[in-house]
Design a protein around this ligand. Structure first.
Ligand SMILES: Nc1ncnc2c1ncn2[C@@H]1O[C@H](COP(=O)(O)OP(=O)(O)OP(=O)(O)O)[C@@H](O)[C@H]1O
Length: 271
């Protein structure tokens, strides 16, 4: 069996003595497509931050693509991780003053070296590849348009074209369809799955109707813990109602600051 692309054991993430995420065990195989669902504040983005090396656990082990992320990585390794882990995050991180094509080319910065990388003078074959990526998301005609003149849906598609250039082994997408109309949301999901043809894909999503498009496995997070881990066909309305129903009176996510050593300074690592 192939090595898991993501492996978490006995992980606790906490800030100022408050537990945000507690995962006993989570493993994602290479090529798997996983959706994460859960109420606001359930810990979905925290999980993605952990997997992208932006946040370290208070204790437990985190392995992503063979790298141990329990401690901050040295800069060289962090850069390598950034190339291997592609991200489409809330708020879409495009450079507004650059054209759509230039934004897509940024995806290849991890692959080109030396003066070309510093001066952003991309070789002709990479420019052709970037045009191909724009064509794949249906936006070649907007290649020269500044990113800040594009619609939300168009910008999401540009972010996916950039992923195509990055050739990541793991793609983390945090609500990639937020604020899109239903048709644009389906388009973006299909493009994302295509972009992840040779990668593992973990997507945070709020709209349950998109689950079958995006995932072959759905993980429900509730108050920082895994509530279920099921195929999309088994995530029916009842499961979702239970997942999103507030648990009144629970104080599980709060401890005294002294109860979780190492979590006092967590907010710096978090922000
Ligand atoms: N910078 C921060 N400092 C301290 N706590 C934070 C910070 N950001 C988020 N949190 C807390 O961490 C918990 C989990 O937040 P997270 O963003 O992971 O939730 P989420 O499931 O992604 O929610 P949403 O659906 O609203 O995006 C929340 O209780 C939130 O208040």
């Amino acid at each position: 069996m192939s090595r898991p692309c993501v492996s978490l054991e006995s992980v606790l993430c906490a800030v100022h003595g408050r537990a945000l995420l507690e995962i006993d065990h989570l493993s994602v195989a290479e090529g798997e497509r996983v959706a994460i669902v859960g109420h606001n504040g359930a810990g979905k983005s925290t999980l993605l931050r952990l997997l992208s090396g932006f946040l370290q656990p208070v204790h437990g082990s985190v392995e992503v693509l063979g790298r141990t992320l329990d401690r901050p990585l040295p800069p060289g390794e962090l850069r390598a991780l950034r190339v291997e882990v592609g991200q489409v995050m809330q708020g879409i991180h495009l450079v507004g003053r650059l054209s759509a094509l230039e934004n897509v080319l940024i995806g290849s910065l991890g692959w080109i070296t030396g003066w070309r990388s510093w001066t952003r003078c991309f070789p002709a074959n990479e420019v052709a590849n970037a045009e191909g990526a724009l064509r794949a998301v249906g936006l070649l005609a907007r290649a020269d348009t500044r990113a800040d003149r594009l619609s939300g849906g168009e910008r999401q598609k540009i972010a996916i074209a950039r992923l195509l250039m990055q050739r990541s082994r793991l793609i983390l997408a945090d609500e990639p369809t937020a604020a899109l109309d239903p048709s644009a949301a389906s388009d973006v999901c299909r493009l994302l799955v295509n972009a992840a043809a040779n990668a593992s894909l973990i997507t945070v999503v709020h709209n349950p109707s998109l689950l079958p498009l995006l995932a072959d496995r759905v993980i429900g997070l509730k108050m920082g813990r895994i509530a279920f881990d099921l195929p999309p066909a088994m995530v029916g309305e009842q499961k979702l109602v239970e997942l999103y129903r507030p648990d009144m009176g629970s104080n599980r996510t709060y401890w005294g600051a002294s109860a979780i050593p190492g979590s006092e300074a967590g907010v710096e690592a978090f922000s």
